[in-house]
Ligand binder design. Structure first.
Ligand SMILES: Nc1nc2c(c(=O)[nH]1)N=C([C@H](O)[C@H](O)COP(=O)(O)OP(=O)(O)OP(=O)(O)O)CN2
Ligand SMILES: [Zn+2]
Length: 126
């Protein structure tokens, strides 16, 4: 079993309503993001690949195009532009082309912020 990951970067603006730092967060501001998408699977014995990285890249390009240089508040299917919602949004865009996806991590390096989404089927166990 292998895990294969690919990353892309995007720049986006948003506003955010929150309890702390409320005023600067409510103003339009931007961040630089990095996203990593991981698929898990066995390598095809003929090709030696879990998935061709070119196919993987095309699936990620569609997600990147939907986010890069965008105002996240305009995305009707995102909700508040948090790294939580961004990781789930990227999953939803990539999953149809990459059904073996197992996680999406969004990094906001400037603040050391990271969020990993494991898909809609993963719940906390009590
Ligand atoms: N759980 C989450 N909390 C917060 C998120 C988030 O995505 N998930 N996002 C934010 C804001 O985007 C905010 O702008 C980040 O603010 P802060 O951490 O205070 O850092 P800076 O404003 O200094 O951001 P830089 O990128 O370092 O300039 C807040 N909370
Ligand atoms: Zn922000």
């Amino acid at each position: 079993m292998f895990e294969l990951s690919k990353q892309f970067r995007f720049e986006a603006a948003h506003t955010l309503h929150r309890a702390v730092d409320a005023e600067p967060s409510r103003r339009i501001h931007g961040h630089s993001y990095r996203a990593e998408v991981t698929v898990r699977g066995v390598a095809d014995p003929e090709t030696g690949m879990v998935v061709d990285l070119g196919v993987f890249e095309r699936a990620l390009d569609a997600a990147r195009d939907g986010l890069d240089h965008r105002f996240l508040d305009d995305l009707s299917d995102l909700g508040p532009g948090t790294i939580e919602n961004l990781s789930a949004w990227i999953w939803r865009k990539v999953e149809p082309a990459c059904p073996d996806i197992v996680r999406v991590t969004v990094y906001r390096d400037s603040g050391g912020d990271t969020c990993t989404y494991f898909g809609p089927g993963n719940h906390l166990r009590g």
